[in-house]
Design a binder for this molecule. Structure first.
Ligand SMILES: [Zn+2]
Ligand SMILES: [Zn+2]
Length: 411
């Protein structure tokens, strides 16, 4: 994805600069500021300028106003010499970071808004290619933001926060919208700062239930005499509560859980399980499930319970101790939206399609839109557009130019 014309990039950069001049106050400032590495991607370039460090937030702010970059990053790590080449930086420690992005999730809506498009004949391409096989035109990778994707990533983030706060007992969390299709979480409690790659991998494994062995929790004839109860800590409680939730949802024949279990267990068995559910009120009655000859019911139910309880994080991000991450409260050059910091308790009500819009409405921008599915931004519905000239509020025009779907129209 890139801007269609240099003039598009110039106008978007103008709005970005205005933001850093006028709006970029009261924003997220990383701790140990002068020990962080910073980096940014300038407009019109693919290469990141990195290994930067700043003495103070004011110095960074000045640079952002001057350069008005497309993307701004900072290290999760703190270094003795943040400007030095990687091997000489002197790693002191680093926040524990998580990235949840719709790009890595299976959301049913993606085929409707993610595809390859020829910028000149506007044909949708079936296979990945840098040029259109029909007309040789440039190919645009269309990846729109969608409500459903954002809802999905939000749910995954809520699960993650529960793991971090409840299971690990950590506070000091910074939660932010990515500015595009997901959320970021960084944990700066002192207990995590010095964790190495291997320890971070263990946290990933825990959150994603890698190598979970339910026999260790007393199921499937395991050694533990106590079976998981609703109030148990950690994965035991999660398993019990989620299995109860699944049993509850069996009364809805159209629920996705019902459809999934019907395939493996059949409708008759699900009817029996629905009857068993009434005995699960006070405590989980695992004994009533395990009676099957092969334990098939228990296998199917717990498999879904585990899958539903996992937080689907981007695992590579968390284990990379030198990672640069987007600096919260800066603008995302893929959308023009702000990577806004959110209080964890406000996540549920946060609507990025309203609250992350910081580019103003005025002036109106006249664009030739190559192609755009319908999208919602700033409380308004736009499109769909197909090779037409439209007048848009600045924030919507910026969004389409950042996505490469619109270009300034000549009057
Ligand atoms: Zn074409
Ligand atoms: Zn979607």
């Amino acid at each position: 994805m890139s801007f269609r014309k240099p003039t598009d990039a110039q106008l978007v950069q103008h709005f970005f600069r205005k933001y850093y001049e006028k709006e970029y106050a009261d924003v997220f400032v990383p701790s140990d500021f002068d020990k962080r590495e910073f980096g940014y991607t300038p407009f019109g370039q693919k290469i990141m300028v990195r290994h930067l460090s700043f003495k103070s937030f004011e110095d960074l702010h000045k640079t952002l106003v001057k350069e008005a970059p497309l993307h701004v990053y900072r290290s999760a790590a703190i270094y003795r010499y943040p400007q030095a080449p990687m091997e000489e930086k002197g790693w002191i420690g680093g926040e524990l970071i998580f990235d949840i992005d719709a790009d890595h999730l299976n959301t049913g809506c993606k085929p409707a808004h993610d595809y390859l498009l020829c910028s000149s004949c506007r044909r949708k391409l079936v296979e990945k290619s840098s040029k259109c096989p029909d007309c040789g035109g440039d190919v645009i990778e269309v990846r729109m933001i969608c409500d459903m994707c954002l809802g999905h990533t939000k749910m995954e983030m809520a699960k993650l926060i529960d793991f971090i706060e409840t299971d690990f007992g950590l506070d000091d969390l910074t939660l932010s919208f990515s500015g595009n299709r997901g959320y970021h979480l960084s944990v700066s409690s002192k207990e995590v700062l010095e964790l190495g790659r291997a320890e971070r991998q263990e946290i990933v494994d825990y959150v994603m239930a890698n190598h979970i062995d339910l026999r260790m929790h007393g199921l499937f004839g395991g050694t533990d005499a106590f079976l998981p109860g609703y109030d148990d800590p950690g994965w035991r409680g999660r398993l019990a509560r989620e299995t109860k939730k699944i049993l509850d949802s069996l009364s809805d024949r159209r629920s996705s859980v019902y459809e999934r279990l019907e395939k493996s267990l059949g409708a008759k068995t699900l009817e029996k399980l629905e009857a068993i559910n009434s005995y699960w009120a006070a405590r989980p009655r695992w004994d009533l499930l395990a009676t099957g000859r092969s334990g098939k019911q228990l296998i199917s139910l717990t498999a879904v319970a585990v899958e539903n309880s996992i937080s689907h994080i981007d695992t590579v991000v968390t284990t990379d101790i030198h990672r640069l991450i987007r600096l919260a409260d800066t603008l995302n050059g893929k959308t023009g939206l702000k990577a806004a910091v959110i209080k964890p308790e406000e996540l549920e009500d946060f609507n990025p399609l309203n609250e992350a819009v910081v580019i103003p409405e005025q002036p109106t921008i006249k664009l030739r839109v190559i192609h755009s599915p319908q999208f919602i931004l700033g409380g308004n519905v736009f499109g769909p557009y197909e090779n037409e000239a439209v007048k848009l509020p600045a924030y919507a025009g910026v969004y389409l130019m950042c996505k490469g779907l619109g270009t300034l129209a000549n009057d």
